[in-house]
Ligand binder design. Structure first.
Ligand SMILES: CC(C)(COP(=O)(O)OP(=O)(O)OC[C@H]1O[C@@H](n2cnc3c(N)ncnc32)[C@H](O)[C@@H]1OP(=O)(O)O)[C@@H](O)C(=O)NCCC(=O)NCCS
Length: 178
C-alpha cells in the first residue's frame, strides 16, 4: 500500500522575478506603471489563491506609491506574503525590488498591500485558513495589517456617515469622489 501523501500546509510566501522587456515601456522609455500594477495584481492573486486553495478576487489596494523609476532591461522581483487573514479576506503585502543585472545593484521600488477575498463557485465569500505569524517579521507585518484593516473600516464608516448626513461634512474632508 502506498503511503498517504503529506498533509497540505498552506504556503504563505511567493516570489516572482521578471525581465523588463521593451514592450513594457511608456513614452519616456521606462517601465509603464500600469504594467507593474497588473503584475502586482497577478502576484497577489497567486499568493492568495495558493494560500487559501480557492478562487480569490481583489477587493482593495492600499499604498501604491512608485518610489523609484524602473528601467527596461532590469530584473524586477515581487516578494509577496500573507500578512493577515480575516474570516474570508487576506492581506497580501508585496515588496518590489528592481535590479540591474549588469551592475548587480538593487533597490526597493515599492511596497503595497492588497486585500483579496476567497470566493466559492457562486462567488460568495468563503472562509480561509487562519494565518498565525511565526516569527518577529511576520508578527510585525501582522500588526501593521490589523491596523490598516481597522483604519479601512473607520474610513468606510465615515464615508457612509457623510453619505447619510452630508451636513456633517467638514470643509477639510472634501472628497471629490463622494
Ligand atoms: C469581494 C466581495 C465578494 C465581497 O462581498 P461582500 O458582500 O462585501 O462580502 P462581506 O461583507 O462578507 O465581506 C467579505 C470580506 O471582504 C472584506 N471587505 C469588504 N469590503 C472591503 C474593502 N473595501 N476593503 C477591504 N476588505 C473588504 C470584509 O472585511 C470581509 O472580510 P472578512 O471575512 O475577512 O472579515 C464583493 O465585494 C465582490 O465581488 N467585489 C468585486 C470583486 C472583483 O470583481 N474584483 C476585481 C475587480 S476588477
Amino acid at each position: 500500500m502506498e503511503p498517504a501523501p503529506p498533509a497540505y500546509v498552506p504556503t504563505n510566501e511567493l516570489s516572482m522575478t521578471l525581465l523588463m522587456t521593451p514592450d513594457r515601456a511608456n513614452f519616456s522609455g521606462n517601465v509603464h506603471g500600469g504594467q507593474i500594477l497588473k503584475l502586482l495584481d497577478e502576484v497577489a492573486y497567486a499568493c492568495a489563491a495558493r494560500y487559501s486553495g480557492c478562487y480569490v478576487v481583489t477587493v482593495s489596494v492600499d499604498e501604491v506609491r512608485f518610489l523609484k523609476t524602473i528601467h527596461v532591461g532590469e530584473l524586477v522581483t515581487f516578494l509577496a506574503a500573507i500578512n493577515y487573514t480575516g474570516r474570508t479576506s487576506m492581506e497580501i503585502g508585496i515588496r518590489v525590488v528592481a535590479e540591474s543585472p549588469r551592475s548587480r545593484q538593487s533597490r526597493h521600488v515599492m511596497t503595497c498591500y492588497f486585500t483579496m477575498v476567497a470566493v466559492d463557485d457562486e462567488m460568495r465569500p468563503t472562509p480561509v485558513p487562519e494565518f498565525k505569524p511565526q516569527d518577529e517579521n511576520q508578527r510585525r507585518r501582522h500588526a501593521g495589517a490589523r491596523l490598516r484593516r481597522e483604519l479601512r473600516s473607520e474610513v468606510e464608516r465615515r464615508h457612509a456617515q457623510i453619505k447619510q448626513h452630508p451636513e456633517t461634512r467638514s470643509p477639510s474632508s472634501a472628497d471629490p469622489a463622494a
